[in-house]
Design a protein around this ligand. Sequence first.
Ligand SMILES: [Zn+2]
Length: 424
Amino acid sequence: MLLASLTQITDQLRSSVAELDPERLSGPDADRLLQSFAEIERLASAGKLLAARRVESSNVWRRSGHRSAAAHVAEATGTGLGPAITALEAARHLGSLPATDEAVRQGKLSEAQVKEITGAAILQPDAEQSLVDTAGQQPLSVLKLRCRRVRAAGQDQQASYDAVRRSRYLRNWVEDSGAVRFDARLTPDEGARLLASVTAETERLVHEARRAGLDEPRRALAADALVSLAGGLASRGSVPGTDGPSADGTSDRGAVQVEGPSAVVHVRVDHAALMRGHVEGDELCEIPGIGPIPVEVARRLAVDSILNVLVTDGVDVTAVAHGGRTIPIALRRALAERDPECVVPGCTTRENLEIDHTIRFADGGKASLANLARLCHWHHYLKTYHGHLLERTERVGDGPSSVAWRWIAPDDPPVVPRHIRRTA
Ligand SMILES: [Zn+2]
């Protein structure tokens, strides 16, 4: 019965897609179509997961001569063995995660979201609902970050940190073309520190290239930055306390800096956890945008001049406000920490973010956390010159990205697509 109706739907879908002439669609129609196909895809992947679970438990895969259920699923779906293994794992966990199971059956979660949520919620079932809510409201990158946080809370932080530290490496190989390639695995703090230095040096090179009228892509200059840092050739351009750009792309006057490139890494840690030596309950100890680190590591970083530890002490950072147009350093830090990437939903730009007054300064908008958001250059431009609006919707929890935003294009109908609305 189900199979017969699915066959019918498949036939209909096939002929719809065969007849699809995208060039004849208006932009808004194409967008509606995109959302509709995305929903079909989510529902199909839900059905796939549920069916795969039964393929595994029924042992039907043995009859087809496969080594494992995952090998069978990989062949049937045309994916690799790795994705099939994680899909089966997610499918198995769904049985004990009712909120996720329901969202999956409603077609609200993509396969990538399901894998993230099940992997974390199975360790911390208390966090399940909030992760499902996050998936409905935030980009995948934020969901991944929260899942990482949840997984970390269920683990021995120091042990998992030590495991990463033990397995650190730097490998290199040479391509046929003669190009030298690298791959490295680093602990979060050491990785963040390296990235901050490279970003700061890249900034300097971008500035230099622009002045010389050269049109070099940022990624190429980042490679130059790495080479120049490794060779100790980085010019000592920035002096502590000067207005050099910081790792988060905004000017960070007065931040703790070392001689040379002005690399600043932020660490967010609750004061109580810092004093106690480990996190409890909802407390955080993490490098925003990278993930949790043991409190012991944060303590070590706190005395390291290149790192800037933001101690939160349960104080609502929204209380930080300032009357003038200039944005004080504490506010910049709180913003950098709350908005690790452009706040426009779906945009994941992390570099060279600009601070935007939601209500313009000229219209009485204050330089307060509530009225500021970090946007990428493109979205800042659209908002400033093309009538796009940024609207604060609701707070979904504490911590970074705790504010949800709605981006409204000038001709947008004032509705949020169904699949990103919060589940009641
Ligand atoms: Zn953006």
